[in-house]
Design a protein around this ligand. Sequence first.
Ligand code: F6P
Length: 349
Amino acid sequence: MATRVGILTGGGDCPGLNAVIRAVTRRSFDRGWDVLAVREGWRGLVEGIVQPLERRDVSGILPRGGTILGTTRTNPYRLESGVERVLATFERERLDALVAIGGEDTLGVAARLHAEHGFPVVGVPKTIDNDLSGTDYTFGFDTAVTIATEAIDRLHTTAESHNRVMVVEVMGRHAGWIAVHSGIAGGADVILIPEQLVTVEEACRGLEKRHEGGKDFSIVVVSEGYELTYESGERRLVAGEARATDQFGHVALGGVGDALGREIEERTGFETRVTVLGHVQRGGTPTPRDRVLATRYGLKAADLVHEGRFGRMAALHGDELVDVSLEDATAELKTVPPEWYAVAQAFSG
Ligand code: F6P
C-alpha cells in the first residue's frame, strides 16, 4: 500500500490544477501518507527536484490559478538517460506512487512509463483544450470557455457600434472545442476550427450574406489551430515564425486571427478588427464548475493510488467519476465531431 506519493503537473498550466493538488494531498494526508511535490513536470523527476508538501502548502489554493508545483513541457523520452533518471529519482525518494496531472503529452509519458516499466502512476486529465480521450470533460475547459464567451459578449457591443467584423482567436491546438462552445454561447456568426475545412472564401461569403440580410457587424471565432484553407486546395497553418518546437514536437501557434482578419477585410471590404485571447484563457481563478471537477478528479486519483490501480486515469462519464486506462486515453485525441459543429453552424450567417 502506498505511503509516499509524488505529484506533478506538466504541460501548459490550466485553471484548477491547484484544486487537484489540494484534493490529492488532503485525501493522502487523511490516510496518513506523505506527499512529495515533484517540481516543474517531468523535469522534477529527471533532475531530482522533489520536496515534501505540508498541509499549509495546500491551504488557500483552491481558487488560485496556475500551479504551485510549477510546470514545463519536459519529455524524459527526448533527453539523454531521461527515463533512467526518472526511475532513479523515484527510487531515491522512496516513492510508492505518482499522480501525474496533464494533457496528452504528460499523460502519454505516464502511459509509456507504466507500459514499459510498470511505473506506478495514475493520471488526471488537464487541458483547457478539452481534447483528451476517455473523459467527457477535462478541467480548465469550462474556465477557458467562460473567459472566451465573456470576451465575445464584450466584442459584440463594440462591433455593433462601429459596424465592424470582429475576429476572435481562441486557443485549441488540434481541437476546436473552445471555439465551438464559446462561439455557440456568444452567438458567433462564423466559427472556424481545425477539424472542419471551411474555406476562407466560404467564410467571407457567409459574412457577405449576413450583411446583405441587413446586419452590419459580425463576430468570427477562430481556433489557433485552424489552417487557412482556400478553394484552390491550398492550406496554411499559421505559427509563430522562428520559434522552436517543444520537446513533444509542437510548434508555437498563434497569428491565424490576424491573417484571417486581413483576408476578410480585403475580400469583403468590411472593416475588420482582431482580438487574440491567448494566455488570458489559461490564467486566473477557475470557475466553480472547474473547481468541483478538479476536486473530484483529485479525490479519485488518490483513491486509485490507494487501490493500487496504476496505469489508470480519472475520468468523467456523464456525471459520474470513473477510471479509464491511460493508454486508451492517450491513444488518440478527442476532436470536435460533426454533430457538435452542426450546432454552431445552425446560427451561422
Ligand atoms: O495545450 C494547451 C494550449 O493552451 C494550446 O491550446 C496552446 O497551443 C498551447 O497550450 C500554448 O502553450 P504555451 O504558449 O504555454 O506553450
